[in-house]
Design a protein around this ligand. Structure first.
Ligand SMILES: Cc1cc2nc3c(=O)[nH]c(=O)nc-3n(C[C@H](O)[C@H](O)[C@H](O)COP(=O)(O)O)c2cc1C
Length: 222
């Protein structure tokens, strides 16, 4: 066991460079049945740090690569997506900056060196988890949905279908995060966020849509 003082925490990092995530280790969690029994929303989340290993595990559970050969000539993921288009990006907001999760390399790529956690949750509720260590922002990349490498079914070009697909695909990932949290003693909360402010700060293209946030950490002690 690594001594507590030597464990790598993200807040101790000085430089703003890509972060290679450790190989996910999901070994000791509760069973799926137990996780289903325990799954719930916990809104009051403390500032206690998560280790890099736990962040790696959460992200892999969310939408990581679970098989090299998935459907339609691309990798398979832990979360299903319409035509396996994998159009949902997870922006990862932490105290020292914003990253985007790249599941193919299992790495965090730097986006912006700023603490955007105050706009990751709607203003009326931000106080509940403002200093939580990990905020996931779900962003749909409609271009990736339209130009998916797989079967070009007509719905992919219809804005109504696109919307249905990217909201459902978000829900698939969010459910994985909720279940992972429930099986590993973490707190998770899926919620609205300040969409216009995030889109502006992240300098998103018009065909990228900020959808929801999900905060992960440890429950505040009562
Ligand atoms: C699409 C969606 C949007 C949500 N938005 C918010 C939100 O903005 N604020 C909030 O406190 N909870 C939000 N929630 C969490 C729900 O309120 C919560 O899941 C629901 O009350 C059921 O509680 P449970 O998750 O503990 O079963 C949202 C959940 C979903 C699925």
């Amino acid at each position: 066991m690594v001594p507590k003082s030597k464990r790598l925490t993200l807040s101790s990092r000085k430089s703003f460079v890509p972060i290679a995530l450790p190989t996910p280790k999901l070994g000791r969690g509760a069973t799926v049945s137990k996780a289903l029994q325990n799954r719930k929303t916990t809104r009051e989340i403390s500032d206690r740090n998560l280790t890099l290993q736990t962040i790696s595990n959460v992200l892999w559970a969310a939408c990581g690569v679970n098989r090299k050969k998935g459907p339609l000539e691309t990798t398979g993921r832990t979360a299903a997506s319409a035509s396996n288009s994998q159009e949902i990006d997870l922006y990862v907001l932490m105290e020292h900056g914003v990253y985007i999760y790249n599941p193919l390399r299992h790495v965090l790529l730097p986006v912006l060196k700023a603490d955007l956690r105050p706009i990751a949750i709607s203003s009326g509720q931000v106080g509940l988890a403002r200093h939580a260590p990990l905020h996931l922002i779900y962003v749909a990349d409609v271009d990736r949905l339209v130009n998916t490498s797989g079967y070009q079914e007509p719905g992919l070009h219809d804005p109504e279908y696109q919307k249905a697909y990217y909201y459902v695909d978000t829900g698939m990932i969010a459910a994985n995060v909720y279940l992972f949290a429930a099986s590993h003693g973490l707190a998770a909360w899926f919620h609205n966020c300040n969409r216009p402010a995030l889109a502006a700060k992240l300098e998103l293209r018009p065909d990228q849509r900020v959808l929801f946030g999900q905060t992960v950490g440890y429950a505040k002690k009562k």
